[in-house]
Design a protein around this ligand. Structure first.
Ligand code: TZP
Length: 236
């Protein structure tokens, strides 16, 4: 084998190991997350993107998604780049909603897709190695399917009707425990209509992890609200 081939092999080996090492660190961090925050551009002005990312991290949130439905791609990319830099610097997972190609381009930690986002194998191929892939699920069957497909984590909901996804039927709390069981060690985040009032019954129904969008973003002090949710979850 020529020295050039040896060098190429070594470089490949090194890159593969770095990717594996990084993604196992990300998976560990993901497992430790009980509150998932979303900077949803339906509730967030462009000038608030960075401050809100910091506020969530200050409050203990270690996984944060950019959700910018229907917004122009150059804008989405600029917000995503800014959030990814903050999350990288401060030790949080940055998740881009919906755009696996863009996730690959900007080096996002994770990408989240809905039921209409294609197969997870295809999403992984596009997003690239080491990028975590999350899937929205709305039923027990979809939880089982996401598990079969090897999702890194799932959202499960909407538990309640929510203005963040208007018109989407709510699924209630009855299946949370069974969904947790079906998910096994794949982290499952309950989502949809969770707030300071509904959180206790969501936890009582068996939820171990939650996503809270509008309620958190509408608090005067996002950091304190996030801290209080996390400490309520730790006590549950
Ligand atoms: N997927 C299911 S419900 C939902 C998403 C993105 C929105 C949840 O938002 P909120 O404001 O916490 O009800």
């Amino acid at each position: 084998m020529s020295p050039r081939h040896v060098a190429a092999d070594c470089a490949f080996f090194l890159v593969a190991h770095v990717v594996l090492w990084q993604s196992s660190g990300m998976k560990k961090l993901l497992e430790s997350c009980h509150l998932y925050g979303i900077v949803d551009m339906g509730y967030t002005g462009p000038e608030q993107v960075e401050a809100r990312t910091h506020a969530l991290i200050d409050g203990g949130v270690r996984i944060i998604q950019l959700r910018a439905k229907g917004r122009e791609l150059p804008l989405v990319k600029a917000w995503a780049v800014a959030m990814q830099a903050i999350c990288r610097e401060r030790g949080a997972i940055f998740v881009l909603n919906d755009y696996p190609e863009m996730a690959a381009e900007i080096g996002a930690d994770a990408v989240h897709v809905g039921q209409d986002g294609g197969s997870l194998a295809d999403v992984r191929k596009i997003a690239g190695p080491g990028v975590l892939v999350g899937r929205s699920t709305h039923s027990l069957e979809q939880v089982r399917e996401a598990k079969r497909e090897g999702a890194d984590y799932i959202g499960f909901g909407p538990l309640y009707p929510t203005g963040t996804k208007p018109g989407r039927p709510s699924i209630g709390l009855a299946d949370i425990a069974a969904a947790q069981e079906a998910a096994g060690d794949m982290p499952l985040f309950c989502i949809g209509g969770i707030n300071g009032t509904t959180l206790p019954e969501v936890l009582k129904a068996g939820a171990r992890r939650v996503v809270i969008v509008s309620w958190l973003l509408q608090q005067a002090d996002i950091t304190r609200a996030a801290q209080s949710v996390i400490s309520r979850m730790e006590q549950a």
